[in-house]
Design a protein around this ligand. Sequence first.
Ligand code: HEM
Length: 363
Amino acid sequence: MREHHPIYEDEQGVWHVFCYEDVKEVLSNYAIFSSKRSGDIEAYDPISASLISQDPPRHRLLRSLVSQAFTPKAIAALQSRIQEITKELFHHLHESASPDFVKQFSYPLPVIVIAELLGVPSSDQERFKEWSDAIVTGSHALENGEEITYDNAQQEMIEYFSQIISSRKKSPKDDLISRLLEAQIDGEALSHMDILGFCILLLVAGNETTTNLLSNAIYTFHNYPDVWHQLKANPELMDQAVEETLRYRSPVQNMSRLTISETVLSGRILPPGKFVVAWIGSANRDDRVFPQANEFILTRTNLRHVAFGHGIHFCLGAPLARLEASIALRYMLDVDFQFVVDEKRSELINSNFVYGFSRMPLE
Ligand code: HEM
């Protein structure tokens, strides 16, 4: 597509953008490409009311407020806890008679971390998984054969978090929700709906992405055993390996925008009011920017990928995702983890939005 149809309008009138520079333009030029994709439904849809779906000036205000609670210091403070959780989960994975890297490691790690950060019980992680899967893929099949839809998941999350927010209002704790309630700029604070939207966004963003980064890294090391050996000899290259994994197998494949006015992008005229899908996964494989883009190259010098987006919406959780991946994968090097992925029984997530595995049995 990058070569023959770099900008493509499909039968539904949705525009798709595939090349690196165009993707960066769509993600960052908010004056033309708006993040307010859902019109006026914000009144009852907390994700659409959250910062990922806002343009300036509202986005600037929300981002500044949540950044007061979601600080680099708060993330760095999680380091030793992430190490502990890693050790515990790895022990279970290692001892398991039927190890599955997703089920026993890459899924629970980010969920436990995000639940502890928010101050909600991580014992509710099964429900978190059902909700976030339903939000990302539109629905999620439960073990009893029933199905949870996007709308049900959203409603259940609203009830769940509303209760916790009200309780923190009465008696604050040392957690992110309590800090969000305290955050203020020029006397302006976050509303109940803002906090609700942010909690739901964090739960979904924290669940569906870092899991995929971890499994994508393991799958890549399985395919490139020499890279794993190189890392064993040079563990300090792990952060570089995480960045190259983000580029090579991008956990978030696309983000969309809505055109506010007519614009010209690489010579094509895009009308106003059109959905534009910026294909992050494709931009990160653009070989005019990343030579031999279809290869995983540990020593690549240009790692300016767009896996975490570009511009004002650049992922707020990037430092946390990087910290979790670095700690978990460094630990596996330290304990000399020997693994072979059972490729036949591994399954990709059925989504063109997130890229990763729903199952990854190890031999
Ligand atoms: C935004 C990817 C992990 C929270 C974004 C965006 C991308 C992204 C591409 C930009 C959205 C846009 O331009 O419309 C990823 C990837 C992750 C990851 C690949 C893991 C490997 C996380 C985590 C959290 C998080 C762990 C929080 C716990 C957010 C938030 C935003 C965001 C709050 C919205 C920022 C804004 O609109 O200003 N992420 N994310 N992400 N991410 Fe992440």
